[in-house]
Design a protein around this ligand. Sequence first.
Ligand code: SAM
Length: 217
Amino acid sequence: MRSFSIARRRMVDEQVVARGIVDQRVIDAMLKVPRHKFVEQALEGKAYQDAPLPIGEKQTISQPYMVAVMSEALALAGSETVLEIGTGSGYQAAVLALLADRVFSLERIPFLARRARIVLDECGFGKVNIRLADGTQGWQEMAPFDAILVTAGAPEVPQYYLDQLTVGGRLVIPVGDRESQLLLRVTRTGENEYQEEQLLGCRFVPLIGNHGWQERS
Ligand code: SAM
């Protein structure tokens, strides 16, 4: 719909480009993916706002700027195999599908995994592979990955992710406490060597699982 493409262009101009994102492939991907399809119909009108939005099950679709920062930090050229932890709405996975060759995504909540599958298929992103699982152990059968993106806040960097990166691969992950985190990029520079960079402060829902936070009742 015309009004959504105008809203999407404005979102990219004002929230992504104006704040310093320069990777043209990320900018183009965010201009293409219909973000309003990844939120509940009642929230469609808010889909292009500068904020995360609820997607049910106490989870959120990330703020557009955060999607842009994380996508740019992965430094994708198009030929990569990427793992996302936390499919949620499927929006970030759709952006990754335009940036990389193969995309795998893990989600622990069945309702979200099911709905993301439907929306991704409807929007032409059938190539995204979704699996219902605790993603804190990565996806060993599909490893190694050129990039791993974690879209929930972890108490620490799980060793599984480091082990499942190619040499040269990048892991982008929010690490901190349950309420606030620091977005880190960890690059595997050698078989047993890693380089860590701190990107920015952020607030994600917790990464729940065997090697993450405990679920709260
Ligand atoms: N990338 C999502 C999107 O584009 O909508 C946003 C993700 S939301 C901020 C975080 C997601 O991580 C939630 O859907 C949550 O259920 C999921 N999650 C939390 N812990 C997880 C785990 N151990 N394995 C897989 N998914 C997990």
